[in-house]
Design a protein around this ligand. Structure first.
Ligand code: PLP
Length: 493
């Protein structure tokens, strides 16, 4: 019996083309492939690497989930052993597993957090955790209104699509009147760039939205946001901004929910949770994906008082708890916070060096091993270049590096590899990006030549598989038309 294919012997013998045919027939077209034009068939993974069906190894910078490394042997062994021993959460009143695994897991998780975090409520997904956190905030405050950040996304269930501006835009749905959107404090593309004043100016804009909401709609139940805005394109808020917002929401009697689903579990390098790296303390955190390193479970962590608003049984069961414990042990034993700090710093420094050399890198930002590279047509105009970002991600795949493109324009290269990335991996990623950006610049110069001489060499275009739109060519006199996601929600409040 082939365990990997669920006991069916034909599971792994399909070619890439046969797999694609099956996919077309049975998988909904809404589930898009990462590389739609030339899909990869990944058959194995280990550490920071993915392996395809031809045996080629890729560095996985798109993981976000497998913080301790793909298929970490300790986590796999812990899961297998627990699966063979006891899987039932024994949720019946008065019955608990003899080993107290869930209790020990809660204890270990809470040791990574400040003392106002006293209990964990477990769910199966990040979306369920955010939904539960919203329920708690609304029940605790007996209020309804929610403040969110523009461009954010908190999960694909109805209650969260309603509070996720990214979803309003993608699904063309209307913002609910009790949802209030504050601008993302983006110093690169937003209204305020100056490091010494941006936090205060963005805070005043947010305060205006909150004040208007309280006046016209109702008192605030909660503010929910990622501490570092990964979904928006890995924007780190200006120093002091989060503290100002947190304290203003508290002054107004609301609660703070930090969505740590992507930013948590050591990704910030300096701490387990990104809010700690930014010097603030929320009331509720939601954690997900990376806590199980691929095993689907999540949690809401808060005080006994807040959690006590809801009478329900949010257990995780012994398998999830064992895996969670193992992830925490691996992070400690392999010093993964230190590694994320060191390799993240190196990666960011090297990318900043590339920025000096390559005009298509507009901005490099992030902390630890969550880094965003804003790809532009020109550093002066900052015009977003999703075409180039896409070209880069496909070419990086040819060079055995997998990354994702994010942000409103799809022009941000997001690098979120497992925390066990090595210094050699960093050098490899940077050297390949350098090579590809140099190629892109060769195409640029051919295109400029063609416009000047009206004789574009088609072979060059064919070779690089793209045609640069003429209006995208560098012009330092152009307007900055890629400026921030507009703050048009203010007027809707
Ligand atoms: C910031 C953030 N919060 C919540 C979620 C939802 O998590 P899940 O996919 O586990 O439901 C996501 C999913 O991508 C996310 O990016």
């Amino acid at each position: 019996m082939d365990a990997r294919s669920g006991g069916c012997s034909d599971g792994d013998s399909l070619t890439r083309d046969q797999t694609l045919l099956l996919r077309q027939k049975y998988i909904s077209g809404t589930c898009q492939l990462h590389f739609g034009r030339s899909p990869l068939k990944v058959v194995r993974s280990s550490g920071p690497y993915l392996y395809d069906d031809d045996g080629f190894r890729y560095i996985d910078c798109s993981s976000r989930v497998n913080n301790v490394g793909h298929c970490h042997p300790a986590t796999v062994a812990a899961a297998a052993s627990q699966m063979a021993t006891l899987t039932s959460p024994l949720a019946e009143p008065g019955v608990m597993p003899a080993e107290g695994i869930e209790e020990r897991y809660c204890q270990r998780l809470l040791e990574t957090l400040p003392p106002n975090f006293q209990t964990c409520l477990f769910t199966s997904s990040g979306a369920e955790a955010n939904d539960l956190a919203l329920q708690l905030a609304k029940m605790y405050t007996k209020r309804r209104d929610v403040v969110v950040i523009d461009g954010s996304f908190h999960g694909a269930v109805n209650s969260l699509l309603e509070i996720s501006p990214k979803a309003f835009k993608n699904l063309h749905t209307e913002k609910k009147p009790w949802v209030h959107v504050i601008p993302c404090p983006d110093r690169y593309r937003g209204s305020y760039n100056d490091a010494s004043t941006a936090a205060e100016k963005y805070f005043i804009d947010a305060k205006n939205v909150i004040d208007k909401a309280v006046q016209n709609s109702g008192p605030i139940a909660c503010f929910i946001s990622e501490p570092v805005f990964v979904v928006y394109g890995v924007v780190v808020p200006p120093t002091g901004w989060l503290a100002k917002i947190y304290s203003y929401i508290h002054e107004n009697g609301g609660l703070i929910i930090a969505d740590e689903i992507q930013t948590g579990m050591g990704r910030s390098g300096s701490h387990y949770w990104a809010f700690q790296a930014l010097g603030v303390v929320p009331d509720i955190i939601t954690i997900g994906k990376p806590i199980g390193n691929g095993h689907p479970f999540a949690a809401v962590i808060t005080s006994h008082k807040i959690a006590g608003c809801l009478k329900a049984n949010y257990r995780c069961g012994p398998v999830a708890a064992t895996i969670g414990l193992s992830v925490l042990c691996v992070i400690e034993e392999e010093h993964l916070l230190h590694n994320a700090t060191m390799t993240g710093k190196l990666l960011k420094e090297e990318l900043l060096t590339l920025k000096k050399k390559h005009k298509h890198i507009g901005d490099v930002r992030g902390i630890g091993l969550m880094i965003g590279v804003d790809i532009v047509w020109c550093q002066t105009t900052k015009k977003p270049a999703p075409e180039i970002a896409e070209k880069i991600s496909y070419r990086l795949k040819d060079e055995f590096v997998i990354i994702a493109n994010e942000g409103e324009h799809g022009n941000i290269l997001v690098l979120m590899p497992p925390l066990c990335l090595s210094v050699d991996d960093v050098s490899y990623i940077v050297s390949k990006l350098d090579k590809i950006l140099t190629e892109v610049e060769v195409v640029d110069s051919h295109a400029i030549y063609s416009i000047l001489s009206n004789s574009l060499p088609d072979s060059t275009q064919a070779e690089y598989g793209m045609r640069w739109p003429e209006d995208q060519l560098e012009s330092d006199n152009e307007d900055s038309s890629g400026s921030s996601i507009s703050n048009h929600y203010d007027s809707m409040d």
